[in-house]
Design a protein around this ligand. Sequence first.
Ligand code: PTJ
Length: 253
Amino acid sequence: MQLPKSHPRHESLRIRELIAEGIKKGITSEHGLIAHGRGEAFDYLLGEKTNDFALGAIEASAALLLDAKHPVISVNGNSAALVPKELAELSNVLNCPLEINIFHASKEREIKIKDYLLSNGAKNVLLPENDTTLRHLDSNRKYANPKGILEADVVFVPLEDGDRTEALVKNGKKVITVDLNPLSRTAQEATITIVDNIVRAVPLLIKKIIQYKKQYDKNDLNPFNKITNNYNNKIALGDALMKIRQGSSPLPK
Ligand code: PTJ
């Protein structure tokens, strides 16, 4: 679809188009349209910008990921459609695997997402294995890769549908999510919740990781611990809710 740059909702329409294209490519589930619409509504209420509570969560996430022994980035059909290059870059700067994990089961779609990430610069993409499952989980998301999510200490799980974050935490893992809805189960259960649109949050996360890598020497006495200890997810979620309640634009006169 041709989108005139002058359209007042150009950016929102551009992102919506990525999801529609994702469905045509066979990487995004049709349920992804509903998830995206829900996200759009929250983004509207958040002012369609990265707020301070999200910036704080991004800093804490960068520190937690750099401090992790075995971080893994989980990818579903929506995040692959929206930020394929950025997820590949995130995996490359962290030198960690991407792992496909989808809710609406389809082996064919898993392979298409993997190929799409590889064609966007990813080097290390894992698929879940049928004989390896996470405890405390019954949906298709229970399948994991034994060298990926199963072993991970920190898992980056953007746009999650809600049943897995709690299970990952019960399995002893720290979870970072990106979710525009601060009230979702995932947002509430995660260790760190970045309440922002994934298209804005992931580039900022990459920038922060690169900055911290330059700024902190490996020999520094764990600088990342201090950053994560200073972060409080409950406060960040409360600030996001407050922002939604206040609204982003003045009431019409
Ligand atoms: O590819 P699959 O089969 O794994 O399916 C992926 C979806 C996203 C369809 C599935 O996980 C799902 O149904 O998710 P939910 O339960 O709709 O939750 C998705 C969450 O992501 C919601 O809280 C949305 O508000 C939020 N969200 C949607 N779009 C964005 C977003 N958060 C950040 N950035 C977005 N662009």
